[in-house]
Design a protein around this ligand. Sequence first.
Ligand SMILES: C[S@@+](CC[C@H](N)C(=O)[O-])C[C@H]1O[C@@H](n2cnc3c(N)ncnc32)[C@H](O)[C@@H]1O
Length: 238
Amino acid sequence: MNEKIQAGRPAYPNLVQQLAELKARKPGSWRIAVLERVLADLDFAAYDALQRRFLDDSAIHRERKFLDLPYWLKSKMDIAERFGLHEAPPQRVLDIGGGNGLFAVVLRSLGHEVVITDTAVNPMYEALVALHGLDRERLIVQAMTPVALGRGRFDLVTALMTVFNKRPHQWKEPEWGFFLRDVATNLLRPDGRLLLKLSLKNQEAGFRPWLEGLGAEVAEKQSFVYFADTARLRDGLG
Ligand SMILES: C[S@@+](CC[C@H](N)C(=O)[O-])C[C@H]1O[C@@H](n2cnc3c(N)ncnc32)[C@H](O)[C@@H]1O
């Protein structure tokens, strides 16, 4: 496990320390308000209990790294900043496969409206999303099947550290083409944007150029695939 991710470290004192360091280093940072909001809103006694409950649960050993609240909050704030969400006017955001919900927590504290979806089969994610009081819909993404959500259209759709494209089988261009077209056509507003955090490591050689031909900006090292202009997606896949 990445040594920076320590699932068992206590959330409250670590967040307080993160905030104090940030205030000293960057007193004008937008992140201060996010951390203060989390410190004010979250029931940390319940969070500790949840952490104790799931740390020893062998059924979720792969996912327990997502219990590290300070680490993932910082990671999701980094993403928000990279894509300008820290200074954008209020957006309607759909986060597909939202996991522990912390991207939504960050966006919500920035004034965005966020719907997250997940499979609702992992009790740790279920408990975390409930604790954060997020607007969550059960939705399992499947290859060559529309994402039938019924929650209107969004300014931004995100799917970060995706898994649906790896299991039960590795998606290739046909599956991705179907998904991208569906999201661009049925879930996004005409000027909506789409952000994936997706490893290109196991993809075929032509996959990256194919994405770029559809208008994606690809940052392979950080696994970002970003469509700032989804009209190009609709045209390219139409
Ligand atoms: C590695 S976690 C990433 C969570 C979150 N997006 C993040 O960046 O922290 C993958 C997420 O995808 C969800 N997931 C797995 N299979 C899925 C599927 N078929 N459809 C939708 N979500 C799925 C998991 O439940 C989990 O929340």
